[in-house]
Design a protein around this ligand. Structure first.
Ligand code: AMP
Ligand code: MG
Length: 522
């Protein structure tokens, strides 16, 4: 018998009303709301690792009963479904109350690791926070969230997880390009899993309304359940909490930069209070290393959330959280300042640590090291060069007995199209300097290569791979979703026969919607 708890609902103030009418909800952190049933649920995919962590075996998960729950058509005893109330800064502007407009948390269950995990359905129907939305999600965006949650986990990047992907059998109307041509698309529901889905925006909403009592209750709940090591609530504990969120966010940003992940919508309602990657919408993976790239067409003008801007936005978002916490920090702005400094310190240290490791170096402490990394970044950005293939290829070069005298074949693979000879010549200069630097490490080249392969993934969830799986699923074939999930379970290993998943973006995908340009419509 599965056991469910609901600490949030049990111990914090909720909405006294229970209707789904879109409205402002004051004085409450959540609203109870039942998922809206769907007509023909079908389990499309599930994550074996996530299921195992929850102690769910395959037979249970595939059972009619489980699929009913995972599609919002039923509940297991003990589940108390609710939608959370939060606000957020969207694209730099305060947007007021947002809340879970289509996500409904069902309850928490104990994982085999002792952690309590919350199960949340995304696309389970309207809530009081749906505003003008329908509360639903389409199959294409659900496939993307399902796959990327698990791919990120296997890369070692902190993230919310995905247990299951269910097709609802109902159509959802979306105007994908916002061009006045709405179309019916298949609907789907992802069951997401995390210790909590609380965001910066939950705290900001309380603060924006001057509800310091509610803000304090939320902070105390968060401390008690997710940061118990920080001790009993007090001004000092709140300050330590803010610093820790700042550190985790900084580490997360360094990690995204190191794997080439671009979130696409880093609004403060999409920033996890646990420092997890959360809310996979129009995200993307850089193919060519381009700091100016954003997958999000809604952000195409300003490109606020472009690859190279993520660390700065992370800091800006952390500042929004700090400002929201000021009332329980006795308005001491110096405490917020300290957290922001901590963010910058940790981000720099983490970025250096990660890129040192990617280059096979134990640190970037030697003279010229920082210039070496800078030189790498600017060279990579100068001509279209695949980030993942380039870094993965370096482990083949590090074991060469001599500094390379010509551009290695494995790295030629990384170029999109023809590059000028002088660019290759400059690359070779960089490569030679780097190779010489690796020889000043106190480790055998074969071991260096092994360590590099453990941090430079061969397989990432390239946008065009996800799109191919989506196209097949739309045509009734789920096998590409399964195959892709399976490849992404071991991103650092060579997987013979699966090289196609590690290839450059094909030309057809250069500007195809879903591959390089994604809208928020999901
Ligand atoms: P996002 O940009 O996906 O993080 O969503 C921002 C806000 O819009 C959140 O409050 C979502 O719950 C809400 N939202 C997005 N799509 C829908 C939808 N189809 N129905 C209801 N609310 C939605
Ligand atoms: Mg969101």
């Amino acid at each position: 018998m599965l056991q469910f708890t609901s600490r949030f609902v049990d111990s914090t103030p909720g909405d006294p009303q229970s209707d789904r009418r879109p409205r402002q909800v004051h004085g409450a952190l959540w609203s109870k709301v039942q998922p809206t049933p769907v007509s023909a649920p079908r389990l499309v995919a599930y994550s074996p690792e996530m299921a195992a962590l929850l102690g769910l075996d395959e037979a249970t998960l595939r059972s009619e009963e489980a699929v009913r729950v995972l599609s919002g058509n039923g509940l297991w005893p003990g589940m108390v479904p609710y939608a959370a109330n939060y606000g957020g800064h969207q694209f730099g502007q305060w947007a007021g109350q947002l809340g879970d407009g289509r996500a409904i948390s069902l309850g928490e269950m104990q994982g085999t690791d002792g952690t309590r995990y919350e199960l949340q359905l995304k696309g389970a129907g309207p809530t009081p926070y749906s505003r003008r939305g329908d509360g639903r999600a389409v199959l294409r965006s659900s496939i993307r969230e399902f796959l990327c949650s698990e791919a990120m986990h296997h890369l070692g990047v902190p993230t919310t997880r995905a247990l299951s992907l269910v097709a609802t059998g109902d159509a959802v109307i979306r105007d994908m390009f916002y061009d006045g041509n709405p179309e019916a698309e298949p609907g789907a529901i992802v069951c997401r899993v995390a210790p909590t889905f609380l965001r910066f925006g939950n705290f900001e909403l309380c603060a924006s309304r001057g509800d310091v009592g509610l803000l304090k209750l939320l902070a105390d709940y968060t401390l008690k359940n997710f940061y118990p090591e920080l001790g009993a609530p007090s001004k000092d504990t709140y300050a330590a909490f803010f610093q820790e969120v700042a550190r985790r966010t900084a580490r997360l940003m360094a990690h995204w930069q190191a794997v080439g992940f671009v979130h696409g919508v880093m609004n403060t309602d999409n920033m996890s209070i646990l420092g997890l990657t959360i809310d996979y919408g129009p995200y993307g993976w850089v193919d060519d290393f381009n700091p100016g790239w954003t997958p999000n067409t809604t952000d195409a003008e300003q490109r606020r959330y472009r690859f190279g801007n993520q660390p700065g936005i992370g800091l800006w978002n952390v500042e929004r959280l700090g400002v929201a916490l000021l009332p329980i920090l006795d308005e001491e702005e110096a405490l917020v300042e300290a957290g922001l400094l901590e963010y910058e310190r940790v981000f720099q240290a983490e970025l250096q640590r990660r890129f040192a490791a990617k280059l096979g170096l134990s640190s970037l402490a030697q003279e010229g090291d920082l210039e070496l990394v800078q030189g790498c970044f600017s060279w990579l950005a100068a001509q279209e060069t695949d980030m993942t293939i380039f870094f993965r290829g370096l482990s083949r070069v590090v074991t060469a007995p001599e500094a390379p005298s010509e551009w290695p074949v494995v790295l030629r693979e990384a170029f999109y199209g023809k590059v000028p000879d002088e660019h290759v010549a400059r690359g070779l200069e960089w490569l030679t300097a780097w190779w010489r630097r690796t020889r000043r490490e106190d480790v055998a080249p074969a071991e260096q290569a092994r360590r590099m392969d453990a941090v430079n993934p061969k397989y990432v969830l390239r946008n065009w791979l996800a799109q191919e799986a989506i196209d097949a699923a739309h045509a009734g074939d789920d096998s590409k979703v399964h195959a892709l999930l399976d490849v992404m379970r071991r991103p650092f290993e060579e997987q013979p026969g699966r090289e196609a998943y590690a290839g450059r973006r094909p030309e057809w995908a250069r500007s195809k919607p879903g591959c390089s340009a994604l809208s928020c419509s999901s």
